[in-house]
Design a binder for this molecule. Structure first.
Ligand code: TXA
Ligand code: MG
Length: 313
């Protein structure tokens, strides 16, 4: 059988199985969003608490109306500007959407991904595919087919091939279910870009906002102890006498450490971050030290993920 037999993938989804699929952000673990038993298999496979809602992937902007009971003009503007693409919209759910998908909430996360394999799968399946990142709970999201197999091989019926993910970190999540839109998770599409399309400032994330698994303090974490450190701290010899992997933005000579040079550009950094962490994690280092990142807004998503991978300074 071909790796990418879309008909076979659709057959598996129709009978309630799990198909991992590539997107431009990270690989997703897909199930038929209208089949509660299939959706439950996702939670089992990932060992994810059932109150953490799943994103439903859709194949067209018009599908917004099939999954949400109330699509405000803001949602249409954002879908028009950024879909297909790395943006998830939180909206009021349609009555038929099961609480299993939404983690018990009356809202739903919807995204039209920008990857030819995902779009073909959605088109052939003809309905929504629930899909969290295809990793075990609190681990690094997979950005290649091999990484999905490493994470979840025994729990999945089929893993589609789509090459390395071009974005490399998860989608920006914006809640448009209330009057003032709020970013719940930063991504490569920035708050400024969203605010510009909407022509209004965004609200602050509420303290009691819904459970968002990506908002856990420890998330996207390697197994090796990971620390974020400023360049000044590194230069002052704060890298301890341990066998260390250093992820740097520019060269620095540190005794005992193996240096991994990272791109000095936020988008390029995002693309290789998870792959690098996964790779370094296998090399038997006692600690990973990541150089702290620039503070400007284009780096926000990467800063967020790096901060959650380790103990931030
Ligand atoms: O880029 C992505 O978003 C990837 C790809 C596969 O599409 N998916 C992804 O899914 O990152 P997951 O489950 O790992 O993260 C989805 C996030 C979770 O933090 C979840 O809590 C949040 O979306 N979410 C989903 N529905 C929500 C809702 N109704 N209200 C608030 N947050 C929601
Ligand atoms: Mg995830």
């Amino acid at each position: 059988m071909l790796k990418n037999d879309i008909h076979h993938a659709v057959e598996i989804l129709r009978r309630g199985g799990l198909v991992a699929f590539p997107t431009e952000t990270v690989y997703g673990l897909g199930a038929d969003a209208s089949n509660p038993e299939a959706v439950d298999k996702i939670f089992q496979a990932k060992n994810r608490p059932r109150n953490h809602p799943l994103i439903v992937h859709i194949g067209s902007r018009e599908d917004l109306f099939a999954w949400s009971s109330s699509v405000p003009p803001m949602a249409l503007l954002l879908a028009e500007a950024f879909w297909p693409g790395p943006l998830t919209l939180i909206l009021k759910k349609a009555p038929h959407v099961s609480l299993g998908v939404t983690g018990g909430q009356n809202t739903i996360g919807l995204r039209m991904p920008n990857h030819p394999v995902a779009l073909e799968l959605l088109r052939e399946f003809g309905s929504g595919i629930a899909g969290p990142s295809a990793n075990r709970f609190q681990r690094i999201s997979p950005t290649s087919r091999e990484a999905v197999i490493e994470e979840l091989e025994n729990a999945i019926d089929l893993v589609l091939e789509g090459g390395d993910c071009q974005v490399g970190v998860e989608s920006t999540i914006v809640d448009v279910s209330t009057k003032i839109p709020v970013i719940l998770r930063p991504g490569i599409i920035t708050a400024d870009e969203i605010s510009e399309v909407l022509g209004m400032p965004l609200g602050d994330k509420k303290i009691n906002s819904p459970k968002v698994s990506g908002s856990h303090r420890v998330h996207y974490a390697p197994k090796t102890k990971t620390i974020v450190m400023s360049r000044a701290e590194m230069e002052n010899g704060l890298v301890a006498e341990k066998k260390t992997a250093l992820l740097l933005l520019s060269a620095l000579n540190v005794e005992n450490a193996s240096v991994f040079m990272m791109p000095n550009n936020a988008k390029a950094y995002a693309k290789v971050l998870y792959h690098t962490l996964r790779d370094v994690d296998k090399k038997g280092f006692e600690q990973i030290v990541i150089e702290s990142l620039p503070l400007n807004s284009e780096w926000e998503a990467v800063r967020d993920r790096v901060g959650r991978a380790g103990v931030c300074c």
